[in-house]
Design a protein around this ligand. Structure first.
Ligand SMILES: [Cu+2]
Length: 673
């Protein structure tokens, strides 16, 4: 698809915001907010404030740098830099001043010690500065050329400055085609010295939209689910690491490479990544998995909470954005036996647009930068910038979950009600992981229920230790505390589920004995077969249709930007229909026929399926679902055979993959015979 490389807008500087953007009204009108009640409750703790942007500025924010004096400098995907003043005001009406334009898809910035800013464009890292003090950039100095071949997916993210004063940049792989690394160091993180020397750091990155270096000097990045990436995740980066995408290995023979793996070392393993890592030296396991569709579908920018409590009770933890689901997750990290791991939590949803940048500004004000163009998002707007502030109210939450030799320690933000907290039935624990393979994404695999064998509540009621016999190293453990209530007021948790990636089981004291004979108590859930024919997934041609393909064949496909290629399909009531659904996009999609007017309700129900989603094709158990296809991989198809409803009318069809139905929908018009 076509993506504009340069903004065509030439804008006057210093425009005062007059009204908020009203992009994409049709999507906004049809959009069903995810769990609106939850969003309202979350807003009582962390208040969301969109910054008005003048209608003639397309602020597809791709980088946010807080400046002294409560100003922000932002980069945009359209290659502009804007100075924003007044972003912190109680009732914000910010002033926007154009600082630079004509950049090639700038996706981030940082301050340059000798003045101005370092900005990553697709083709180079540039120092951009205003030397005559007129508020407009007049120096555009190439720091380092970045190799590029041209495919749209060759994004360059960053730069981020490290503790050693060098810059780091992420070079995205291309999408599809015969090679996904058509130019050198594609799929790599590279370091750039102030004099422009490029040093390869690590390989195997797919779409590393967000990365940061922590206050402890630890490099972390977020990965997007896709080919060779079973789910989104955050991973710590060491020089020489291989994150899993093999295209990058095309360049591992070049001088300066830190990675010894070669393309021929990677097969289509079809095994859990944790199993492959045991025999593939250098393959780095994620620090924290962000289960796909539950904690985002396209993980993006991340930032550390360095506010020491001014932003709420999660100081020292991290916030990660999500583009597709327009929300923020929270991470707590710990090091066990020298390996980073930790827990991922829901934090805040209901933003106006897909989040790609997350930055802590002054006064514990968190800013998020947003864009949906070409990708789509649950939030209905096409672009924007919002801020988030703590209201001072503390929600009842799992503040931090850490690993124990036989389970987990849950610290709460408020004392628990002892009766509910001591009852093992009020918790559930289960483990799963994801496959490492060439296909796009992975269903959760090797699922195992972990019965809670013992619960210990601390004397102050602020922490609970859970013990189970079914822990597995390298697996994600879903820990739910749905039945636990707070001591004051008997409140339920604002978010009751956490996903802990247990790379290493710590040593130490156990509260239950390790008895291998009891391992049989671990319960394997029965997986459903997603592609099997069922009454609502009629993928097998009915025997009584003899040798023909019914009365009518409908070819219906997808196009990039979360769209079906057809918005209206007409059939005769009671006719036999063969529908071929072809997914030509670079994401997973399905096709679901719903009762008249029920498309968005079915889409909303699909968002609550959780870890079973892939196995169920993200089709909710609902009488409003008439027929559906399987969830299809990119460049694949699924065919269904059904008899059109007898009652004429306009039946909704949607893609029920979480977050898609607002944009991916159409009408199956059933006409009287
Ligand atoms: Cu879809």
């Amino acid at each position: 698809m076509k993506r504009p490389l340069f903004s065509l807008l030439l804008l006057a500087a210093g425009v005062t915001a007059s009204r908020a953007q009203t992009n994409n009204p049709s999507a906004a009108e049809r959009f069903v907010q995810p769990s609106g009640d939850l969003v309202a409750r979350e807003n009582g703790y962390w208040k969301r404030t969109p910054l008005p942007v003048p209608a003639d500025i397309v602020l597809e924010v791709s980088g946010i740098l807080p400046l002294p004096g409560k100003k922000l400098m932002v980069t945009t995907r359209r290659g502009e830099m804007w100075l924003i003043e007044g972003a912190y005001d109680a009732d914000p009406h910010p002033r926007y001043t154009l600082f630079a334009s004509g950049l090639h898809e700038s996706l981030g910035l940082t301050a340059a010690p000798k003045g101005g800013y370092y900005v990553a464009q697709r083709q180079e890292v540039t120092r951009i500065a205003d030397t005559d003090g007129d508020g407009r950039a007049d120096v555009f100095e190439t720091v380092c050329k970045l190799p590029i071949a041209g495919p749209y997916h060759e994004y360059a993210f960053g730069p981020v400055m490290g503790p050693n004063g060098n810059l780091r940049v992420m070079l995205n792989v291309a999408f599809g085609g015969s090679t996904q690394a058509p130019s050198p160091w594609r799929g790599w993180m590279v370091e750039i010295t102030p004099d422009g020397q490029m040093i390869p750091v690590a390989a195997g990155f797919r779409s590393p939209c967000g990365f940061t270096v922590t206050s402890k000097g630890v490099w972390l990045y977020s990965e997007n689910q896709g080919e060779w990436a079973g789910s989104g995740r955050v991973t710590e980066i060491q020089p020489g690491d291989f994150m899993g995408h093999p295209a990058s290995l095309a360049w591992s023979k070049l001088p300066g490479s830190t990675v010894s793996l070669r393309p021929e070392d990677i097969k289509n393993f079809e095994k859990p990544m944790v199993e492959v890592a045991k025999t593939l030296p250098g393959l780095k396991l994620p620090t924290v998995w962000l289960p796909h569709t539950i904690l985002g579908i396209s993980n993006s920018g991340l930032t550390e909470d360095t506010t020491a409590g001014k932003f709420g009770p999660f100081g020292g933890q991290f916030y990660v954005g999500d583009q597709g689901q327009s929300k923020l997750m929270r991470l707590s990290l710990e090091q066990v036996k020298g390996v980073w791991q930790g827990a991922a939590y829901s934090f805040r949803e209901g933003f106006e647009c897909g989040i790609i940048r997350v930055t802590m500004g002054e006064d514990a004000t968190l800013f998020v930068g947003e864009t949906a163009r070409g990708w789509g998002s649950v939030g209905p707007k096409q672009q924007g910038i919002e801020r988030l502030e703590w209201t001072g109210q503390v929600p009842f939450e799992m503040q931090e979950v850490t690993a124990e030799p036989d389970g987990f320690l849950i610290k709460f933000t408020q004392p628990v009600d002892r009766a509910t907290a001591e009852n093992p039935a009020n918790y559930s624990v289960g483990g799963f992981t994801y496959l490492y393979h060439s296909a796009y994404g992975s269903a959760p695999v090797n699922r195992l229920g972990c019965p809670v064998r013992k619960v210990q509540v601390s004397a102050d009621g602020l922490s609970v230790r859970l013990a189970t016999l079914c822990l597995r190293e390298g697996y994600i453990h879903e820990v739910k505390a749905a039945g636990v209530r707070s001591a004051a007021g008997g409140a339920a948790l604002l978010h009751n589920t956490v996903y802990y990636t247990l790379n290493k089981i710590p040593d130490g004291d156990r509260i239950i004995p390790l008895d291998p004979t009891e391992a049989e108590l671990c319960v394997a859930p029965v997986p459903a077969a997603a592609s099997a024919p069922t009454a609502k997934h009629p993928s097998r041609k009915p025997a009584d249709w003899s040798n023909d393909d019914g009365d009518q064949t409908i070819l219906l496909g997808t196009i990039p930007g979360l769209k079906f290629d057809t918005k209206l399909v007409t059939v005769k009531a009671g006719s036999r229909v063969r529908l071929v659904f072809r997914n030509g996009d670079d994401m997973l999609h399905n096709f679901v026929i719903c009762a008249p007017g029920k498309g968005q309700a079915v889409g909303a129900a699909a968002m609550t399926i959780g870890v079973d989603g892939m196995e169920r094709n993200f089709v909710p158990d609902s009488a409003d679902v008439l027929y559906h296809t399987a969830l299809t991989q990119p460049e694949t198809s699924d065919t269904i055979y059904f008899v059109a409803p007898a009652a004429p009318g306009d039946y909704d069809y949607i893609c029920s993959f979480p977050g898609h139905s607002a944009l991916m929908n159409g009408i199956l018009r059933v006409e009287a015979k």
